[in-house]
Design a protein around this ligand. Structure first.
Ligand code: HSE
Length: 313
């Protein structure tokens, strides 16, 4: 018998990971969004409620990331029924932690559990991408893919995306520090130059290749050298008060690297577990020196993505 209602959890994520603009991200289990989807006889997509840490979001389906994702699913699969959903946001709005992606991913994972013919993950990714575009104005995948698949995830391609979960060296953790301020993804994308200098292109591709190679070979020195964004970070860091101090403090405390999470203002660092508490303390103190309060986490980069928590088969 087809299940008529399901609830899914979709984790937060850190996009770009400094050197993989729009294509590389990792999931953050410490926080996420919960979406409950109910199958309805009436066609269309209705959002009944949005609660939690970011409740002031559009209830009209076409203007909401989760709603748009389910509209895309209905249309692509020519479904004869509709969906009703409610969302509990666990990810602050405008934090750079992939909140819009998590809502879209949670919606498609919950909806998938009430379909007569559940779809493969790759199809769910494409539906969720349509949702993400509502929030950011572009079809980027660096939050959607890690939230859906879990772990450190590289996605190649938009029309026919190829998703690769990259191994994270044992003992490496992520430090996530969220300053209490809002930064819109659209705005943080709008300031970016449309062209890249040739030398920056060379360094950025070298760093991305070095970082991925370092992950596969457990080469922490190569990761340390490579976790350095020479293209996007220099254009965006001025949007985050104290960025340079926070980054310098993290590196001094032993971080392998430190950069902006997604479009910001959250910052992340990678660190070996032994140094992670000192890295966190240093980053929090550097924001604090500017009078900026923060939330902060030390997390393992777990290869566990969105999942149905109740109601699914
Ligand atoms: N890759 C996107 C950006 C992530 O940096 O604009 C937004 O969350």
């Amino acid at each position: 018998m087809t299940v008529r209602e399901a609830t899914a959890f979709a984790p937060a994520s850190v996009g770009n990971v400094a050197i993989g603009f729009d294509i590389l991200g990792f999931s953050v289990e410490a926080l996420g969004d919960r979406v409950t989807v109910r199958r309805t006889d009436a066609p269309g997509v209705t959002i009944r409620a949005i609660e939690g840490v970011a409740a002031n979001l559009p209830l009209e389906a076409a203007g909401n990331t989760a709603g748009r994702a389910l509209l895309a699913m209905r249309e692509a699969l020519a479904l004869p029924f509709g969906f009703e959903m409610s969302i509990v946001k666990g990810i602050p709005l405008g934090s750079g932690l992939g909140g819009s992606a998590a809502s879209a991913v949670g919606a498609v994972v919950a909806a998938n559990a009430v379909l007569d013919a559940p779809q493969p993950q790759l199809e769910l990714l494409k539906f969720a991408m349509q949702g993400e575009a509502v929030a950011s104005g572009s079809l980027h995948v660096d939050n959607i893919a890690p939230s859906l698949y879990g772990g450190l995830v590289l996605t190649v391609g938009i029309e026919q995306p190829r998703v690769k979960q990259i191994p994270v060296p044992p003992g490496v953790q992520a430090v996530i520090v969220h300053p209490h301020m809002f930064l819109g993804t659209r705005e943080a994308r709008a300031i970016l130059a449309k062209t890249v200098a040739l030398s920056d292109f060379v360094w950025q591709t070298a760093h991305l290749a070095g970082f991925i190679s370092g992950c596969y070979t457990n080469d922490l020195d190569l990761i340390r050298t490579s976790l350095d964004d020479v293209v996007i970070e220099p254009q965006r860091h001025a949007l985050i008060p104290g960025f340079k101090d926070v980054r310098a403090a993290a590196i001094l405390a032993g971080a392998l690297g430190c950069s902006i999470s997604g479009a910001g203002p959250t910052m992340f660092a990678w660190s070996v577990a032994a140094s992670a508490p000192a890295v966190r303390e240093a980053m929090v103190a550097a924001f604090g020196a500017r009078g900026i309060a923060t939330d902060h986490w030390i997390v393992d980069i777990e290869s566990r993505g969105a999942r149905v928590e109740s109601g699914g088969s």
